[in-house]
Design a protein around this ligand. Structure first.
Ligand code: GAP
Length: 488
């Protein structure tokens, strides 16, 4: 990340190059919703694919990864966005998933109660919400973050349903289905990538806090005795994942929550945080939460909504002494063949946001420098130093000029490389400008067909970060690029 990286520059680049657009922009936009453009969709797909490969498809069930307490299995799921409304009642989201907000009666603006000191009042002169003499704030009130909808033709309370605010619950309610169909044994993880929706009071900071976003979640089921070891393993494993894809470790930190800060289900949470440029120097924002959820979720879906009574979790009862929000009544416990013991598994949950991850990678990759053009004059450039695994376009192919058969050779190289990677062909504009356009898009390599190609079948291969060029035989391109894309 360049020292002078600002959110304004990131947002402008995203718009200019087609990474991210405001949703419904031609109608003035809609707060908290974003569209990924041609480059953005590739970036986000690459992030999700890297996560799926590293956590699920490429995971070796037969041996313990470094620092893991033991070997474990990992399987995937893709569950529905709208689920039975009882899911959200038993899980606690129906009556506990809210933020506190305050309204200003004078300017009609709405603020999150916990962020009053952080955001300005919309009126001039600029000041913090509540600081003006005529600011007239209401008492904090609760606002449930779940989007409500109706299933079927009737718009009445019996048809009410919710867009999921997390992908996790789809995993918990399928716990028994996975156990009986895959024969996995504890410890094992179930992973899911999918959209979640939260009617955030104050969506802000570009895609950081959106109302529609994607999560990449793992629910890792283990025995209560081993749960602390697995909690520790997943915190480190997930932190390492971000550095392996290019986030600098001094821009990242792992922060353990204070007990009072934890969500209702958590008996331990650590956030993986990133120094986003919209934050003051030295401050970090949540990228991923790793939580020790104990047996909260499976128990809730068995017995009904749980509340804390001192150190105990007990089923919340109504005035008649019945569960206020009953669970399914199904047995979601696990029978361990080895120890002949039956227990409710504990859960460790690494829960990441694909959009926040994409934003962090964009911020980290953003850089500005100056490079000589064809005439040796220094030209300022913006370069996205994205890790090759997540770069939207891997290689761009150019003919130096549009004559002498160069476009035909370049097009045939393009077609050949496109069989393996996302490759871009461009014959318009000066070669320097074409390079700089790819630098801004984060493309790690550019190939140019020039007059020497016609004599010896070699092309130039240019590296985005060093801007160094070397000659490579056309026949060797596939191997050389393949090696460099997977080098680290
Ligand atoms: N299942 C646990 C859970 O959902 P969370 O901390 O509320 O935990 C996990 O969310 C991750 O989802 C966050 O670390 C963040 O990356 C992403 N996320 C949550 N709310 C978001 C929002 N409004 N906009 C974008 N990403 C969000």
């Amino acid at each position: 990340m360049a020292d002078n990286t600002t959110m304004e520059k990131i947002v402008a680049l995203c718009k200019r190059r087609g990474f991210i657009f405001q949703s419904s922009e031609i109608y003035g936009g809609i707060g908290g919703f974003w569209d990924y453009g041609p480059l953005g969709v590739e970036l986000k797909r690459n992030i999700k694919e890297a996560w799926w490969r590293d956590m699920v498809a490429g995971h070796d069930d037969t041996q313990a990864p470094p620092n893991a307490p033991s070997a474990y299995a990992m399987v995937g799921l893709d569950t529905s966005i709208i689920m039975h409304p009882q899911v959200w009642k038993a899980s606690g989201h129906y009556d506990q998933f809210y933020d506190l907000f305050v309204d200003c009666r004078t300017c009609k603006a709405r603020f999150r109660a916990d962020q009053l000191g952080e955001y300005p009042c919309p009126r001039k002169p600029s000041r913090r919400a509540g600081e003006g003499e005529d600011c007239d704030l209401t008492e904090p009130r609760e606002f449930n973050l779940m989007f409500k909808t109706y299933v079927g033709a009737l718009i009445d309370p019996t048809a009410e349903a919710y867009l999921r605010p997390e992908t996790a619950q789809g995993i918990f309610v399928n716990f028994k289905n996975v156990l009986s169909t895959t024969r996995v044994k504890i410890p094992f993880g179930i992973a899911q990538i999918g959209k979640s929706f939260r009617n955030e009071i104050t969506p802000r900071n570009f895609t950081f806090r959106s109302r529609e976003f994607e999560q990449m979640e793992i629910e890792f089921f283990c025995s209560p005795e081993e749960s602390e070891d697995w909690y520790s393993y997943w915190r480190d494993r997930r932190l390492d994942w971000y550095t392996s894809l290019g986030l600098r470790s001094d821009n990242l930190r792992l922060r353990e929550h204070e007990p009072a800060e934890r969500a209702h289900y958590s008996c331990g949470t650590a956030d993986i945080e990133y120094a986003f440029p919209f934050l003051p120097e030295g401050e970090f924002g949540e990228l991923e939460g790793v939580s020790h959820r104990g047996d909260f979720d499976l128990r809730s879906h068995m017995e009904g909504k749980l509340i804390r009574d001192g150190d105990e979790l007990v089923v919340e009862l109504d005035e008649e002494g019945k569960p206020r929000y009953p669970g399914s009544g199904k047995d979601l416990s696990y029978f361990d063949e080895a120890t002949k013991r039956k227990f409710i598994p504990h859960v460790i949950e690494p829960s990441a946001g694909a959009d926040r991850t994409a934003l962090a990678f964009l911020c980290e990759a953003y850089d500005e420098d100056a490079i000589p053009d064809e005439k040796g004059t220094l030209q300022e450039r913006v370069v996205l130093r994205l890790h090759p695994r997540i770069a939207p376009i891997k290689v761009a192919v150019f003919p130096l000029v549009k004559k002498d058969g160069m476009p035909e050779i370049a097009a045939s190289i393009y077609r050949e490389l496109k069989k393996r990677w996302n490759v871009f062909y461009d014959e318009k504009g000066s070669i320097g400008r074409r390079y700089r356009r790819q630098d801004e898009s984060g493309t790690p390599f550019c190939i140019t067909v020039d007059s020497q190609t016609l004599a010896d079948d070699t092309v130039t291969l240019r590296d985005r970060d060093t801007t160094k060029q070397e000659r490579v035989r056309i026949d060797d391109l596939d191997g050389v690029i393949g090696e460099r894309l997977t080098a680290n």
